[in-house]
Design a binder for this molecule. Structure first.
Ligand SMILES: *Cc1c(COP(=O)(O)O)cnc(C)c1O
Length: 328
């Protein structure tokens, strides 16, 4: 297994990102604090460049390429935020990016990736293996493959959001982040263990895909089928080797949230904080609302990981929810 990243790697990533990533705001809502009986500090990565924290890991990883790697370029496989993050970071660093996407990926995502200058290569998600296609392209054309979470530079870059949260908001009793493949949670843990050693660290997964929770309990990486959930940023089938090692070492517990809770929380964030947050980004606040008694009277950091949701879909989900649950 490659070496695990450490806090110094997060600090180095913060220097590389300086002037390139946004230092996103920390927001609060007095009304929400009163309802939840704790003080919630929202780190707004939905307002990050390209709409999610993934820009941090992508830019950090690409910044470390050698001149020869830069000339050949990067390849990534993703239909979501990682694709856009790699495409944008590559454009800013003036290198070519190839993104392997399923042929049936939503047109808006393909357009967004191309809009950032990414060269899109399609594959058949039912007959072909995207990792294999990525590796073949990497070998054939000398490209460097950057995976979405199980990579030391990606993990270190993702950790810079939690680092800024502590710098800007002060010490925390608890911190909650969404959990997909674990890059965000493990990077956050590296930052928090150094900067806020007393802070308890929690991940939140979709209830339909709780492989991380199962893995933590079993002490080994559990693989599941692709879960059906609105939280498309956390539809991973398993944690990575690096991310699992760090999560096992540093994370206190993993909670889950249902799709209905994610939609209700998306409406709450729009109504109270005027923020558009995609379903995956709603995972931590949804868990905080369900288990509010756990954190009564505490200062709790909540990472709002992204805001990339098609506006028509956002309205449709909230409209359908408002019909059954009118009170945000
Ligand atoms: C990728 C992603 C996640 C999950 O991050 P991991 O590093 O895979 O755990 C959460 N929220 C959003 C918006 C994402 O794009």
């Amino acid at each position: 297994m490659p070496l695990l990243p450490v806090y110094a790697d997060v600090a180095a990533a913060a220097w590389r990102l300086h002037g390139h990533a946004h230092r996103t705001p920390v927001m609060t809502s007095t009304t929400l604090n009163r309802e939840l009986r704790c003080e919630v500090l929202f780190k707004c990565e939905n307002l990050q460049r390209m709409g999610a924290f993934k820009f941090r890991g992508a830019f950090n990883a690409l910044s470390r390429f050698s001149p020869a790697q830069r000339r050949a370029g990067v390849v990534a496989y993703s239909s979501g935020n990682h694709a856009q993050a790699i495409a944008l970071a590559a454009r800013l660093l003036d290198m070519p990016a190839t993104i392997v996407m399923p042929a049936d990926a939503p047109a808006v995502k393909v357009a967004a990736t191309r809009g950032y200058g990414g060269h899109v290569v399609f594959y058949d998600r039912y007959r072909e293996d995207r990792e294999q296609i990525g590796r073949q392209l990497a070998e054939r054309d000398g490209l460097t493959l950057i995976p979405p979470y199980d990579h030391a530079d990606v993990i270190a870059g993702q950790g810079t959001a939690a680092m800024e949260l502590i710098e800007d908001a002060g010490p925390l009793d608890a911190f909650l982040a969404p959990l997909g493949g674990g890059g965000l949670l493990s990077g956050s843990a590296l930052a928090l263990r150094q900067l806020a050693p007393q802070c308890r660290i929690y991940g939140v997964e979709p209830e339909a895909g709780n492989d991380g929770q199962q893995s933590l309990r079993r002490g080994a990486i559990v693989h599941i089928d692709t879960p059906r959930t609105l939280a498309d940023g956390a539809q991973t089938q398993h944690l990575g080797q690096l991310t699992f090692s760090l999560i096992r070492k540093h994370v206190d517990d993993i909670f889950t949230a249902t799709d209905a809770e994610l939609v209700a929380t998306m409406g709450l964030l729009a109504a109270r904080l005027k923020l558009v947050v995609e379903p995956t980004g709603c995972l931590p606040l949804a868990a905080l609302r369900r288990h509010a008694q756990h954190w009564r009277g505490q200062r709790v950091g909540v990472l709002l990981s992204g805001g990339n949701i098609d506006l028509a879909r956002f309205c449709a989900l909230l409209g359908a929810d408002a019909a059954t649950a009118p009170s945000y």
